[in-house]
Structures are given as C-alpha cells and as structure tokens.
Ligand binder design. Structure first.
Ligand SMILES: [Zn+2]
Length: 449
C-alpha cells in the first residue's frame, strides 16, 4: 500500500513511538511459559567453571580472523582471509582434497604431529557459516601462537584436520544444498556428490578418532519446554538403530560434556541436545559406524546477534576446549551426567505474531485476525512470509506485537492482477501496521526489504 505514510520512520521498539502499544517479547531469556516448570539445565554446581573458558574467550579477541563480520560470505572471501594466515604459519598446511560440483576447490587445513587424528568439517550446508568463521579463528590461534601451552599440547598429541566450508557452491549462494540441489548431509550412504565423496575419502585416509560435524540450526528452537532460545545444540549421534551405547559413542558424549562445561558460562541455560534419531544417510551418524567418535555441534540463535559473532566465539571456546580434553585425555574423567542432563531441543516458535489487530485487504471487509509471520532469515528479519491468519491466540512467536486497536493493512504485494486480494499462508508479507485504517500513521512495516 503506497498510500501508507509513516508519520516518522519507525523501527520496532523505537523509543517513544507507539512504544505503549508494542509489547516486544524478544529474546525472553529466562521466561518460562506459565504453568510449565523450567527444566533444570544449569551447570551442576559441583562442576567448577573451567579456567580455559576465560582464557580462550580473551584470546579470541586477539586471534579472531578479521573480515568475517557478516555471516554471509563466499568461498573466495573466506580463503582470501585464511590464506595469509596459512602462508605465515609453518605449522599449518593446506591441501586440496577435491572439487565441488562447480569445480570450486575443497581444501583441508592440517596441524600437529601427534598420534591421534581429529577431523572437523563445517558448512556442508552452505548457509551455516558460524563454525567456518570459528575454524578460521582457530587456525589463526594455532598459527600465530606456537608457544602457547595449548597449541604445543595440541601439536604434540594430535593431528588436526579441518575442512571448512565443505559446500562452497552452496556457500556462494548462501543456500543449504549443493549446486545440484542435494543435501550433502543426506549423501553419506550413496556418495553421489563430489563434496560427500571428498569428505569420505578424507575420513578413510586419516581415520580420525574424533570427528566434529559443525552446523547451524534454526534459531526458532527453544530449550526444552522453556521460552529460551537454543544457542548451541550438541549430540553424540547414534550410529545404528540399536539403543546400546558403545565406548566410542560414550567418548563422544564425554567430549560433548566438555563442550557444555566450557560454553555454559558464555551461553548459560541455552545449551541443548539435538534430536538423536539415527539417520542412515547422514555423515555424522555414519562416521560413528566408520569408527570415529563424532560430535555434532549446531549453532542456533543468540539475543541481538544476527551475524552470529557471539556464537562464533562460543564455537572457538567450545571446540578448542574439546580438543584440549582429547589431547590430554581428560575427557575420560568427565561425568556423563553433563551430557545426559542436557535439555532437548524443544519446540520451534515462529518469528512474529501481530495479535488482535484488524486486517484490511483490498476489496474485503475489515476482519479481526491475528497474523503469524516467519522470515526467510529470522536473525536479520528479512524475507517475511505469512504463516497463518485468524484466531492464533494459542500460537507462540519470538516477538508478539499487541495490535489491539491497530490495523494490519495489506499492501500492493497482496494484490492479484485482477484487483482481488491475495493474502494467506505462504504469501510473502507486505503489511503495514497502522493506527488508522487508511494507513496514515504507521507503527511498523513488515515487507520486502
Ligand atoms: Zn546443517
């Protein structure tokens, strides 16, 4: 609706403007739905907070690879940033381990001269870049601080292999699938993709004792039955459909416990366990069957962190803490309760609920209707789409706007060529929230950028 004029440009929650009628329920860190008891998911008190967390957090400020401030970046940007770090660090080697479907190089960084091989791979889903940033930071730390006690220990005990950005074609488009449209993490059995084959070949060559499968999950996941966002989800995946837990899987569970203990001070109460149903097509699951204790780490969402820079630091701390515990064997002493006590990834909530407003659409009578919206990218709030319209009093959203007394006015995006209205589930949102039915006094716009 082009006639809608904003009295003043308003941003959500902008002080003084319509603040009285907007009730943002954003990132409600410790809010628990009424009547639901919170899951006890704090660190057990008996567990001392690791000193390493404090040290690594401070170190991250120093070693953080610069130039990766936005989480959308392509392979060229990434390697342009990482190459000088690799070139100036004799302890780091880099080799080509394959080509993507579009012939982009797949590269692996290695470090250390120890007995035990550890493999970490990231961004097999092209739009999941948090750990890719953290791996650059870890390379920077390993390369530039050879005298650091942790770097020396890792070098002596382990051989580290990192494959950052396993899906460069997807990363170039910031999409989940590879260039052929295949989910590489569902290709572990068939190995039809060059990216999947490269990862399998690397695995078969280096035979890692431990594997880190690094992903991002939807920020819509909540912690257990609480209202908290899941910042990091961990899993020691099953590698068959049998319920028994082998020593190999138990080792991965203990390392998950190490990660939890390390990061809980940074994302307290926001750590979960990922769904552990066995998937015979997924790499994380099959790596276990191939002999590797595998740890899945999924970065979700964090308050006011649309570019995932806080979670990048959390990845840095968590992964290095895990590597330290593998290097000195201390993970073997970790209480399995740290893993078993992780609350599950709970329900997913939608992004935005316009509650109790009056919907105005071309050629239709004004209608009392709630409107539920999800964004293509919930973190940057871009690409809104209508999920549902109607009585949605029971639906939950990350942000609920109390629109009682306000008008939700459908803009041009909701007009069909014949002049009729096109509004409903699946339609991209082009809405104006206004104080009057003509849209003269705009409270907020929800539409294409
Ligand atoms: Zn993923």
């Amino acid at each position: 609706m082009t006639s809608a004029r904003a009295a003043t440009p308003l941003s959500p929650g902008h002080r003084g403007e319509a603040a009285a009628i907007i009730l943002p329920m954003r990132f409600d860190n410790l809010r628990v739905s009424p009547g639901i008891s919170p899951i006890e998911n704090r660190l057990p008190r008996a567990q001392p907070l690791p000193k390493l967390t404090t040290e690594l957090r401070a170190l991250h400020e120093i070693v953080r690879a610069s130039g990766l401030d936005q989480r959308r970046f392509g392979p060229e940007t990434y390697w342009t940033i990482l190459d000088p770090i690799l070139a100036s660090s004799p302890a780091l080697a880099c080799e080509r381990v394959g080509e993507s479907a579009e012939d982009r190089p797949l590269r692996m960084v290695s470090f250390g001269e120890g007995e035990m091989a550890v493999l970490a791979w990231s961004q097999m889903h092209g739009d999941e870049s948090t750990a890719t940033m953290a791996l650059a930071d870890i390379c920077s730390f390993l390369g530039r601080h050879p005298e650091h006690a942790l770097v020396r220990t890792l070098s002596r005990r382990l051989r580290l292999y990192f494959v950052p950005m396993l899906n460069p074609d997807g990363a170039a488009r910031f999409q989940r699938h590879n260039a052929v449209g295949i989910d590489i993490n569902r290709d572990a059995r068939r190995l039809a993709t060059p990216e999947g084959r490269a990862l399998k070949a690397v695995h078969d060559r280096i035979r890692p004792a431990f594997g880190f499968n690094l992903h991002d999950q939807s920020p819509r996941f909540r912690v257990g039955d609480s209202g908290r966002m899941a910042a990091i989800a961990l899993l020691a995946p099953a590698y068959n459909d049998q319920p028994e837990v082998s020593e190999r899987r138990r080792a991965a569970m203990r390392v998950c416990g190490v990660v939890r203990r390390a990061i809980e001070p940074l994302v307290g109460g926001h750590v979960t366990r990922y769904d552990d149903a066995f998937n015979p097509r997924a790499f994380g699951d099959l790596m276990g069957a191939w002999g590797t204790s595998t740890i899945l780490l999924e970065s979700g969402g964090w308050p006011d962190d649309p570019q995932k820079q806080h979670l990048r630091m959390v990845n840095f701390v968590g992964i290095l803490s895990a590597l330290a515990s593998i290097a000195d064997g201390s993970y073997e002493q970790v209480d399995l309760a740290l893993y078993d006590g992780l609350p599950p990834n709970g329900r997913m909530v939608s992004d935005l609920l316009l509650a109790r407003g009056t919907l105005i659409a071309p050629g239709l009578p004004p209608t009392a209707a709630d409107v539920l919206i999800e964004y293509d990218d919930p973190l940057t709030r871009s690409g809104p789409t209508i999920v549902e319209v109607g009585d949605l009093a029971d639906r939950e959203a990350h942000e609920t706007v109390a629109a009682s007394g306000l008008f939700v006015i459908a803009g041009e995006g909701h007009g069909a060529p014949d002049g009729s209205a096109r509004i409903g589930p699946g339609v991209p949102a082009d809405l104006v929230l206004a104080q009057d039915p003509a849209g003269e006094v705009v409270v907020r716009r929800i539409g294409p950028d």
